[in-house]
Design a binder for this molecule. Structure first.
Ligand code: GLC
Length: 428
């Protein structure tokens, strides 16, 4: 039997050690799923200030001030790179939006890339595949020059790590042996001007070489144990009107323009007046969005609840107790919120883009709309409300949602196949 493929995942986040967004969730679950499929997957991230070294042991030094620690997390080996100056002081990202900010952030991940490069070059550490993720690892991809083979995954093309003429997302795309992104639809969308974020030229080239593929993300069902719906208790806890006939729309997201907050805001008042609708918003991001959502909660305290920040527990309650889950994203590489909410029978109302389009069937497991406008979203919300008042139809859609399988197995197999091809273990 052939030796197992050893794949090293490199990223800026990994749940639960360091999670800001979906990237962290993916790093916390895809390597685990690959292990189940016979790939020896390991992960390396920076040792941020909040990560305790307690259960980690020192495995090597890279120079005088850089230390590598390792531990097993749910069966997956995790390496942390510690360096006081660049990595181990301050939060994961320096901006609330999680998007690349200033020089400090660029320097952090250039340093990280270089350190991982040295780790891979040292004799005891030999992955067959380096699986790099997003702009934070673009410099690493460039340094490695295909040795070992590199898969580069785009989680969000809008965040590019561009600085003084260099663009680290572009470098990753250009230099990797294979580029993937997190849904089939997004893989097509990014070839267009509308979604390509200025990098469509490079992406088209890779697509032409058959080196670009979209693989839909999954969710880790063990993170999302079943939970009983208790709407009244939920409303009571958040100080909303306790009324099972009031439709509740939930949102959990980074509050960036990507997430389409602007489409929701003009509708809130109308829907409260007309339907007694309730809204629950959770997230942080652009200040403007945070302020607007807080103001709505202030103006309608019994209909709108807003919390700015991260709150894993509240997020779970939103997924499990709202009637509908809002994702009017302007673009959405994969999106995980729709999958999590469906798992609990909370029906998504989403824009037909990227992974949302690939995971939601309009009228069966959710409500999709196309145009980037409040009117189009309103149309989908009205259709959702139509179903809300037909209890049997509502129940049948909820059951359809719950029956979906968004486990990682199929996607893990697709990644494994790419590794095998790159290593010449499968014929092209
Ligand atoms: C980014 C994308 C999101 C995706 C996640 C994980 O956060 O915006 O759509 O689900 O990465 O790949």
């Amino acid at each position: 039997m052939k030796r197992k493929i050893k794949a090293l995942f490199v990223a800026s986040e990994m749940a639960s050690l360091a999670k800001v967004g979906g990237l962290g969730d993916v790093m916390g679950s895809l390597p685990k799923a690959l292990k189940k499929n016979g790939v020896d997957a390991e992960v390396v991230i920076p040792r941020y200030e909040h990560i305790s070294k307690k259960n980690f042991k020192l495995v090597c030094r890279l120079g005088r001030k850089t230390v590598v620690y390792a531990a097993r997390k749910k069966g997956v080996k995790v390496f942390l790179i510690d360096n006081k100056k660049y990595l181990s002081r301050g939060p994961v990202y320096f901006e609330r939006t999680a998007f690349a900010g200033g020089k400090k952030e660029i320097d952090r991940f250039l340093f990280f890339s270089k350190a991982v490069f040295e780790l891979i070059r040292c004799s005891f550490f030999k992955p067959d595949i380096v699986h790099a993720n997003d702009w934070h690892t673009g410099f690493l991809v460039k340094l490695l020059k295909s040795s070992p083979k590199v898969v580069f995954t785009i989680h969000n093309l809008a965040n590019q790590g561009a600085w003084r003429g260099k663009n680290w997302m572009a470098e990753g795309i250009k230099s990797a042996d294979f580029v993937t992104t997190v849904s089939p639809t997004y893989a097509k969308e990014i070839l267009t001007k509308e979604y390509g974020e200025g990098l469509e030229r490079f992406l088209k080239k890779r697509a032409g070489e058959k080196k670009l593929k979209g693989i839909l993300n999954g969710i880790d069902y063990s993170f999302w144990p079943s939970k009983k719906r208790d709407k009244i208790k939920f409303q009571e806890k958040l100080g909303l009107f306790k009324n099972k006939n009031a439709p509740i729309f939930g949102l959990v997201a980074r509050l960036t323009s990507q997430k389409g907050i602007n489409l929701i805001v003009p509708l809130v008042r109308k829907l409260i007046k007309k339907y007694g609708a309730e809204f629950v918003f959770l997230g942080q991001g652009e200040e403007e969005n945070e302020k607007t959502l807080l103001k709505l909660a202030e103006a309608y305290p019994k209909n709108v609840f807003t919390k700015i920040g991260f709150d894993e527990k509240l997020a779970r309650e939103i997924y499990a107790n709202c009637d509908f889950f809002l994702m009017p994203s302007l673009f959405e590489p994969s999106g995980l919120g729709q999958m999590i909410s469906m798992r609990y029978g909370t029906i998504p109302v989403a824009r037909a883009t990227g992974g949302l389009k690939d995971s939601i069937t309009d009228g069966k497991t959710g409500f999709l709309f196309k145009e980037k406008s409040p009117q189009a979203l309103l149309g989908a919300m009205k259709r959702a409300l139509g179903v809300f008042y037909q209890k049997r139809k509502l129940e049948s859609m909820r059951q359809n949602c719950k029956k979906q399988d968004f486990g990682w197995n199929i996607s893990a197999k697709a990644y494994k196949k790419i590794y095998q091809k790159l290593l010449g273990r499968l014929r092209l």
